[in-house]
Design a protein around this ligand. Structure first.
Ligand SMILES: *Cc1c(COP(=O)(O)O)cnc(C)c1O
Length: 386
């Protein structure tokens, strides 16, 4: 393996999912739902395949999906993107993020990102030969916060791009208006490109709504806005994503994407278009189920001495295990399946310096109600017995 990728050799998710199988554990590690996905999406995808929509689609994406993404951004956020020149369909948000970094950064540029960060960010920055510059989210009074001035202090004259993820994986944090305003201010003053990973845009709890960074003053012109069908519609195996940006910025993303996958599967694009147009029928039941799962899991964890941090959106919540054990998160997570039949993941993998996530563990609650109930019951056996 080349030296650039050596630190990213194997992901913890494969290891923990294998451990879940081997021990018959409830898998609250990897973030994928257990159900078959909405009937509408399955029906439209099968129909598209049956009708023979099985050859290379246009490079930018299938017309129905480009138009559905554009209509979605306008209806949800008042953001106007021309479907012909300002929208690009990708192989999931993962490819959009990779293509944005590869297509917009020079080797040696600094890429800022909130930390803990989604595991693909560090790897793709390394692939681009750029420098990863983490900006730590801090934990204060039961909430995760981006402390005032923290982003500004990380900026250098090599800073080129900010990778921003809100709602945020792994913490479940949703950036506040104050935090978004500060991020926008730093981007404008230092002429940074913002690449926003908004895959959890519809999974925000407590009646709140997602606010894209691109809606802030002066930000649309410098932002590549990314999302995908996987999380919003419970089809994480589909890998249909998209990027929206002014055409000059999108040109860099498109140039990289055409040589990564060239195109994204045509039948799934048609189904994703149908899903986007039915957002308001498909999302509310999913959101209600997720929110109820979050409450049940948070209560169960608190009941065994593990108070939950944040959890304002996404599929995830994090707990600080230092209250109950001296073990590091990696050791703790490798023992947990044997001790009580539950799998979670150590947050150390989401930090450049794993020591910074030493006491943090992430649990996924995007599972069936029965799985969450079973996990809570099993965790309950540990009470007082850490
Ligand atoms: C799941 C996830 C992705 C990947 O989305 P795909 O559409 O499956 O590629 C990207 N970013 C974050 C933060 C995620 O949690």
């Amino acid at each position: 393996m080349c030296s650039r990728l050596a630190p990213f050799g194997t992901t913890i998710f494969a290891e923990m999912s294998a451990l879940a199988l081997a021990t018959g554990s409830v898998n609250l590690g990897q973030g994928f739902p257990e159900g078959p996905g909405p009937e509408l999406l399955r029906r439209v995808a099968v129909q598209a395949i049956e009708e023979g929509d099985n050859q290379y689609p246009p490079g930018a994406g299938v017309k129905q999906l480009l138009e559905a993404v554009s209509a979605h951004q306008a209806a949800e956020y008042g953001l106007g993107y021309d479907p012909a020149t300002e929208v690009l369909v990708t192989a999931g948000a993962t490819e959009a993020i990779a293509a944005a970094v590869l297509g917009l950064c020079e080797p040696g540029d600094d890429v800022l990102m909130l930390e803990p960060s989604y595991d693909s960010y560090g790897a793709v920055v390394a692939m681009a030969g750029a420098n990863r510059v983490p900006v730590r989210l801090e934990h204060q009074g039961g909430r995760w916060v981006l402390t005032p001035g923290a982003l500004e202090r990380a900026v250098t004259d090599r800073s080129r791009l900010l990778l921003l993820n809100t709602p945020h994986n792994p913490t479940g944090k949703v950036l506040s208006d104050r935090e978004l305003a500060e991020v926008a201010d730093v981007c404008r003053r230092h002429d940074l490109i913002a690449v926003t990973d908004e895959v959890y845009e519809h999974l925000v709890f407590n009646g709140h709504r997602h606010r894209p960074l691109a809606t802030l003053e002066g930000m649309r012109e410098r932002t590549v806005c990314i999302s995908s069908a996987g999380k919003s519609f419970s089809v994480t195996g589909w890998k249909v994503g998209w990027a929206c940006a002014p055409s000059d910025l999108l040109g860099g993303v498109r140039a990289a994407k055409q040589f990564l996958t060239y195109v994204t599967p045509a039948p799934m694009q048609r189904a994703a278009a149908a899903a986007l147009m039915a957002t308001h029928e498909l999302v509310p039941p999913l959101l209600a189920e997720l929110e109820a799962n979050r409450d049940l899991l948070a209560e169960g964890l608190a009941g065994v001495g593990l108070p939950v941090r944040g959890a304002e959106g996404t599929y995830f919540l994090t707990v600080d295990i230092s209250a109950v054990t001296d073990l590091d998160a990696g050791t703790f997570c490798r023992q947990l399946p044997h001790r009580c039949g539950v799998v979670a993941v150590p947050c150390s993998v989401f930090y450049q310096d794993p020591e910074a996530g030493r006491h943090l563990v992430r649990f996924a609650f995007c599972k069936s109600r029965a799985s969450i109930e079973q996990a809570v019951e099993r965790l309950g056996r540990l009470e007082g017995g850490w």
